[in-house]
Design a protein around this ligand. Structure first.
Ligand code: SAH
Length: 442
């Protein structure tokens, strides 16, 4: 059978909530009757949300897919300043729990019809009278639409205790609003197909409640009522990585600093040895279009490398002559290591010194993450991953064996040049200079 709604009705209900969250920038959201957490899984991608809570009486249902709420690898690799905490509880909406007070939004999607009418009264008292959120979204079947649902006899679900007409739903909603200080608007999702009687209303009817006193009123209510009630069982709780966490900020900053410092070290070696062998340089030398591979992926890669090269050049311009070879001296014990062999026993570890000021001003992300130069120094000093110069003003990047070999080769090349026929040329210059001297000396 053709699906009656496109997108399917359950998705339209969830999309309604997502649009509300985006529009109202709701930070603390609780989904009552969250079942297998499908709405929560969608809401977790909306970074305006900082606290996301799910409650269901059926703990087994919640546990079924709760691990899908774990952060994904990019949340760890590229954390942002956004904060997100997710908590899942097993409990009944007919009982209060003080951990659910003070939320921006409470959602109850296709839940109330699973409660007996006396329990709907408890639900109203708990949600509107105790939790006192800024806004509530309640969706429930509109029984007037049922004749349009092919093959339906009785209620839409065997567990439904009732299905209300629009008048019945509105009567309950208006009574609750009056009693607890809310105003309510009525809408819905799932329109009647064309050709059918469109006067039946939406398939799912929705009431959107707004607290009349707003957030401030909510806080006044809490002030005089400090007794904590914990009637729900916490099943799951997770804090997403955020740059507000100092350890995470440090880790990201150190990774970024090491990345840039390593690039600078390589450039420095290339400058010294006159060699540049990266694809970017090759492409530049070959005029770009001769670069191997012309697939979309290669082009994307080239674009990235070009952008990266431009960034690096910018950095190199900024650094001027700031990058120096650093030979550890006495008192710098922590920054040098002795060679392994007997012959090398007095060789100190040679490093390139990258001033923090250069990194801070030239690498936008390093600047943004640390906020100030002194903060950058403090954050880098806190851990063992990076070596700083004794006065803490520069990062020391070890010269690796191959770098030193390249440098030696460069020196050898210079000697070879002198040993070859070209040496005669230099000899000539030398003689000419001497002649000049002789002239002046005469
Ligand atoms: N809101 C979900 C599922 C609705 S089905 C969605 O949009 O897809 C109704 C859910 O309410 C079920 O998971 C059921 O276990 C839960 N439920 C029923 N009575 C409850 C109660 N008293 N307290 C909390 N959850 C309840």
């Amino acid at each position: 059978m053709e699906p009656m709604f496109s997108p399917p009705l359950h998705r339209q209900r969830h999309q309604f909530v997502i649009d509300f969250v985006k529009r109202n920038k709701s930070k603390k959201v609780v989904d009552l009757g969250c079942s297998e957490c499908s709405l929560l899984r969608k809401l977790k991608f909306h970074r305006e949300v900082e606290l996301l809570v799910g409650v269901d009486i059926d703990g087994a249902k919640v546990k079924k897919r709760m691990h899908d709420l774990v952060p994904i690898s990019t949340d760890y690799l590229q954390p942002t300043y956004d904060q997100l905490c997710i908590e899942l509880y097993q409990g009944s909406v007919t009982q209060s729990d003080s951990r659910l007070r003070g939320f921006d939004l409470v959602t109850s999607i296709e839940l109330i019809e699973h409660l007996t009418l006396p329990d709907v009264e408890y639900f109203s008292e708990v949600v509107f009278g105790y939790m006192t959120p800024v806004a509530v979204i309640v969706s429930t079947p509109n029984s007037e639409f049922n004749p349009l649902l092919p093959g339906l006899k009785g209620f839409r679900h065997t567990d439904h205790k009732f299905e209300w007409t629009r008048a019945e739903f509105q009567s309950w909603a208006l009574k609750v609003s009056l009693k607890y200080g809310y105003e309510v608007e009525f809408t819905g999702v799932g329109e009647a197909p064309t050709g059918h009687d469109e006067r039946v209303g939406f398939c799912s009817q929705i009431g959107v409640f707004h607290q009349l006193m707003g957030r401030d009123g909510c806080n006044i209510l809490f002030a005089g009522d400090a007794i904590d009630v914990f009637s729900y069982t916490l099943l799951y709780s997770i804090n997403y990585p955020s740059l507000h966490d100092n350890n995470i900020l440090r880790r990201v900053l150190v990774t970024e600093v090491l990345y840039w410092a390593e690039n600078l070290r390589r450039r420095w070696i290339e400058e010294k040895t006159g060699e540049r062998d990266d694809c970017y340089t090759q492409c530049q030398a070959e005029g770009g279009d001769q670069c191997p591979g012309s697939s979309e992926q290669d082009m994307e890669m080239q674009e990235k490398q070009t952008a990266h090269g431009a960034e690096m050049n910018h950095l190199m311009e900024h650094r001027g002559r700031a990058l120096l070879e650093y030979q550890a001296g006495e008192g710098d014990e922590e920054f040098w290591t002795k060679g392994k062999g007997k012959q090398e026993s007095s060789t100190l570890q040679r490093s390139v010194s990258v001033p923090l000021a250069v990194l801070w001003t030239s690498c936008p992300k390093v600047g943004a993450l640390s906020g100030s130069l002194s903060n950058l120094r403090r954050l880098l000093m806190d851990g063992p991953e990076v070596k700083l110069s004794q006065d803490g003003s520069a990062l020391l990047v070890n010269l690796q064996e191959q770098d030193l070999e390249e440098e030696e080769e460069e020196e050898e090349d210079q000697n070879d040049l002198e040993d070859s026929g070209y040496a005669g040329v230099s000899q000539c210059f030398h003689s000419a200079e001497q002649e000049e001297d002789w002239e002046t000396n005469v």
